[in-house]
Design a protein around this ligand. Sequence first.
Ligand SMILES: Nc1ncnc2c1ncn2[C@@H]1O[C@H](COP(=O)(O)OP(=O)(O)OP(=O)(O)O)[C@@H](O)[C@H]1O
Length: 202
Amino acid sequence: MHHQFGKGTSLHFDDWRVERNQHYLLLGSSGSGKSTLLHHISGLLKPTNGNIYLNGIDIYSLSERELDTFRGRYIGIVFQRPHLIKSLTIGQNLLLAQGMAGYKSDIKRIKEVLSSLDIREKFKSSTEELSQGQLQRVSIARAVINRPKLLIADEPTSSLDDLNTESVMELLLQQSVLNKTTLVVATHDQRIKHFFTNTFQL
Ligand SMILES: Nc1ncnc2c1ncn2[C@@H]1O[C@H](COP(=O)(O)OP(=O)(O)OP(=O)(O)O)[C@@H](O)[C@H]1O
């Protein structure tokens, strides 16, 4: 696969096959193209050449609208920062994620996911009432709420101390097992290497 940014950087990626329910670490130094590749596989950036198949579907053959729904249903993304909507409660943020994927509201599911992340009591709280660690849990909750096939995390630990790094990694692995989701974590953080047997080096 290949990506060309205008007349600037040209990136080449070897073929990468990701097996269902496995955990993968995407490693590469700064500028090697980790975020670009994550954008490709998240359905956010069409590669200049090459295809991305998820569940047998060539995702960039979908219309923009179909791809939006597909992404909401099958791909969960944990960004470095939570990106929650401040004017909504935690519960409402998760309801929105269900709606965006074309699903009906399922409050039982929301409470179940919040419980599994130990923040069930924050359902009615506003985002300002939560600590950074709790917000990161909400962001993991939002990523798994629709039981995606693929859970992607971009540098989830680079700004965390050692203790929080361990705990976020344990949560991501636990949630991927609980929701039967393939996990892909991109990082240059050597501290989390030992959590993975599968690595893809850029
Ligand atoms: N929108 C863009 N326009 C032009 N060049 C870009 C664009 N996005 C990324 N690049 C270039 O592509 C290369 C890869 O960038 P990318 O962000 O994918 O790397 P990365 O491995 O995620 O880096 P980091 O670990 O520093 O976040 C870099 O040289 C970057 O300058």
